[in-house]
Design a protein around this ligand. Sequence first.
Ligand code: NAP
Length: 283
Amino acid sequence: MAQILNGKELSAKFRTRLKEETAELKDKHGLVPGIAVILAGDDPASAVYVGSKEKAAVEAGFYSVVDRVPASVTTGDILSLVEKYNNDPAIHGILVQLPLPAGVDEKKILRAIKPEKDVDGFHPYNVGLLNIGEDCLMPCTPLGVMNMMADYGIDLKGKNAVVIGRSNIVGKPMAAMLVKADATVTVCHSKTKNIKDICAAADVIVAAVGRARFVTADFVRDGAVVIDVGMNRVDGKLCGDVDFESVSEKASFITPVPGGVGPMTITTLMQNTLKACKKAAGL
Ligand code: NAP
């Protein structure tokens, strides 16, 4: 039976540390990390995420601003907000909640965020730095996965890792981080042949497919580490991309859904904001 990688517990531990570090930063340097979130439109899932981000920021002791704008907003309106926060010294992290309403130019907006305030790590400058293996702000979900594996002492050096999914927010940055950690990485996607065989040879599988219970026990060799990024709704219940019940019989470590990767993402966003704040102050 696999050991559970408990994202909920780990996230709580990281948040306590974050709060302590924030308090110390204020005491020693008079600095308060600031985060601005722009939420456009009324997508209910986005509203929940933004609410959780706001709560996490306040709990950490950050200065937090949320701009809620209607779905009728234009690209120009959001660009003006981004520009305002780019020039605001009290703001160290800017996040534009995706997806944006139809008609808004997402690429243009993400590229307008100053790379040093890009706490989501989506700006092409940070994407480039990640891919050449340099220090930068990195996407929160895959970075949370890396932090989780590190905390549980999972050694990635020389391991065969398979990432299922090649999105810009999860799959691709996940693969880049695993390469940086000296794993040998295969990226699978919807056109990949023999995914099952590729996965069956893996020491580490990261599933970021968006398909409920896609990874079944026959994908997994005995003792593999299985990370489930998926968040799917089945009959109103949250369900991962991994068939937890059967896979946990074979894996050495596994993340549950909920309570695995999910809680790590917002915590990592806060860690990125703290990092951006310290860097801005030359610390
Ligand atoms: P996405 O943009 O839809 O990407 C899905 C990827 O899976 C694509 O690369 C797609 O291939 C691939 N894929 C789809 N069907 C496949 C199949 N049958 N066989 C092999 N590959 C297949 O999704 P995402 O944004 O990366 O998110 C993935 C999952 O993670 C979703 O469930 C999402 O809700 C969840 N998520 C969770 C968090 C968190 O904090 N826990 C954060 C972000 C996302 P193609 O490129 O060929 O289309």
